[in-house]
Ligand binder design. Structure first.
Ligand SMILES: [Zn+2]
Length: 230
């Protein structure tokens, strides 16, 4: 079955949040939240209103998960996060202060389920699979079906997520990107910031994936050496 995908780019960090609607049933999921009430307001303006059944997080940085409690005040639905992001989630109420923006501090909201690599969430007739890609954060992960891949800050068009934050791990990111780029190349990559791309396009052109091109014998630019093993 298939999904309708709508992007809402919100807040001071211009993070991409996503409304996924299962075409067969109309049931909807949100992927990530932004840090402000902008996503709530934009969703409330939709006609007809979305039938939100679950909130899925890619990771728990402020810009991706900071508005969780605001969304849950409107849509009190099961909320899912990567299990390995728990240490970062515990800092969410004061990440605003950590990044010099204490006015963004607020209670973190509620997590109902923690997922590991290979776990699934059912949305109507669509199965969304969780794919763990730690590195940017301890639990950073992706959600995907047969067409769409929501990667948070794992991969961007022409770039990758930063690995210099507290709790980041470049070595994990090297391995995570290697696993991610083994998924089917036709998958549409919906990143946490910036435009959509595909896995195939990034594998051929992304300057941070030169090491994967060498490993796979794919022609393309040699790329940037950004961590040991790349
Ligand atoms: Zn992030």
């Amino acid at each position: 079955m298939s999904l309708d995908v709508q992007c809402f780019t919100v807040g001071v960090f211009q993070v991409n949040t996503w409304l996924l609607t299962d075409r067969a049933t109309g049931q909807a999921a949100l992927v990530d939240t932004g840090e402000s009430d902008e996503l709530v307001r934009r969703l409330q303006a939709l006609v007809p209103p979305p039938d939100v059944r679950t909130i899925l997080l890619t990771h728990t940085h402020l810009d991706h998960a900071g508005a969780l409690s605001l969304l849950q005040a409107v849509w009190d639905v099961p909320t899912v996060m990567p299990r390995k992001d728990r240490p970062l989630f515990e800092t969410l109420p004061y990440q605003g202060s950590m990044f010099g923006m204490p006015h963004l501090d607020r209670p973190a909201g509620r997590i109902d389920r923690e997922v590991d690599d290979g776990d699934t969430v059912q949305l109507g007739e669509t199965t969304l699979r969780f794919f763990s890609t730690p590195g940017h954060t301890p639990g950073q992960g992706c959600w995907f079906d047969d067409t769409h891949l929501f990667v948070g800050d794992t991969l961007f068009a022409g770039s990758i997520g930063r690995t210099d934050f507290p709790l980041s791990d470049p070595a994990l990111a090297v391995d995570s990107l290697r696993r991610l780029l083994d998924l089917p190349g036709h998958l549409i990559v919906h990143s946490g910031h910036g435009p959509d791309t595909t896995l195939e396009r990034e594998l051929k052109t992304n300057p941070f994936l030169g090491y994967l091109r060498r490993e796979k014998g794919i022609q393309g630019p040699p790329g940037i050496r950004w961590a040991p093993g790349t």
